[in-house]
Design a protein around this ligand. Structure first.
Ligand code: APR
Length: 311
């Protein structure tokens, strides 16, 4: 029996659970949260959509980690979004405490699970979950790259009018400032992106991608994006459950690839049973490789902030 647990039944978590259930590839999706009744109510609502959508997967809503026992994959979405007046460090502290406690429960009940982290700030939270779990680092990875690449592909398609299915976009690094777009490897059908759009237009699309989350937050006023993020997280879980071995952009532990080690960084990795099977090194231009090296340094500096937190 295949089982995926989603921790956090907020916008991101519940949409992820819904997508996984509707794809009908897993026997059971468990959704848990600290708020009593929330996961139960949402699960009941989702299950009642099964006759219409036509899927079998059951969603179990619970506040008890015992129900998450022996999950194959656990997706951690629990955490707070940044609120007005909160510093980056305040958010880091709040979410670090949540992710640490959640990870401890997961390890207790699902010692063989693959962990997919999506809670922000992503690089720190993925590192923390790996440290707290004591799992091999290949079994703990984070979601950022599929979302960024997907946003970039959407903007390319919108700009060029190209069918979205023919657009291949690549971003490495991490979210936000440390995102490293790789225009040299982006394609529309059999054409290189650089043959279709001029450098200035590509730069504008890259900039919009880098600020993709903030653009949505500005519209929503409260809360952050969750449709594209949940699609990305659910897709990663699917790759693990189905052992697809597909190459996809994820936040993976680096062990010397591109000359970078001892840091979680957004790269292309082969994902399947057991999590990250290998990091795939792409032929980057000098500028792109330098951008990735800079991103690694920036992430290491951010991760060092975790040491200041008193748990
Ligand atoms: N255990 C389980 N669930 C928790 C815990 C905890 N210790 N602490 C908080 N939660 C739950 C909240 O009760 C809430 O239901 O996490 C959920 C978060 O949901 P939302 O506030 O809707 O936030 P969401 O948009 O889902 O984003 C979650 O993903 O993209 C990131 O930055 C985002 O870190 C945030 C996370």
């Amino acid at each position: 029996m295949s089982k995926v647990t989603v921790v956090g039944a907020g916008k991101y978590g519940s949409t992820t659970a819904q997508r996984l259930a509707e794809w009908d590839i897993i026997d059971e999706v468990v959704m848990t949260d600290i708020v009593e009744g929330l996961p139960q109510g949402l699960a009941l609502d989702m299950n009642q959509s099964r006759p219409v959508i036509g899927h079998k997967t059951l969603v179990v809503g619970t506040n008890d980690y015992a129900d998450t026992s022996q999950s194959d994959v656990v997706i951690i979405t629990a955490g707070l979004p940044r609120k007005p007046g909160m510093s980056r460090m305040d958010l880091l502290e709040v979410n670090a405490k949540i992710v640490k406690s959640v990870t401890e429960e997961i390890v207790r009940y699902s010692p063989d699970a693959v962990l997919i982290v999506v809670t922000n700030p992503l690089d720190q939270m993925t590192t923390l979950a790996a440290d707290v779990s004591g799992f091999p680092r290949s079994r703990v990875f984070g979601q950022a790259g599929i979302l960024d690449s997907s946003r970039f592909a959407h903007f390319i398609s919108e700009k060029t009018g190209a069918d979205i299915q023919t657009v291949q976009a690549v971003t490495l690094g991490s979210h936000g400032e440390t995102m490293v777009p790789v225009p040299s490897l982006c394609r529309i059908g059999d054409q290189a992106l650089t043959e279709v759009l001029d450098p200035g237009t590509i730069d504008d699309l890259v900039d919009r991608t880098r600020k993709g989350g903030a653009e949505i937050v500005a519209y929503l006023k409260t809360g952050s994006a969750y449709y594209a993020p949940s699609a990305a997280a659910a897709y990663m879980a699917k790759a693990v459950v189905e052992d697809s071995g597909e190459n996809m952009p994820v936040c993976a532990w680096m062990t010397g690839e591109y000359g970078i080690e001892d840091v979680y960084l957004g790269v292309i990795a082969e994902v399947g049973a057991g999590g990250v099977k290998s990091v795939v090194e792409l032929p980057l231009t000098d500028d792109e490789a330098a951008g990735l090296a800079e991103a690694a340094v920036a992430v290491k500096e951010k991760v060092a902030d975790l040491a200041q937190i008193e748990f």
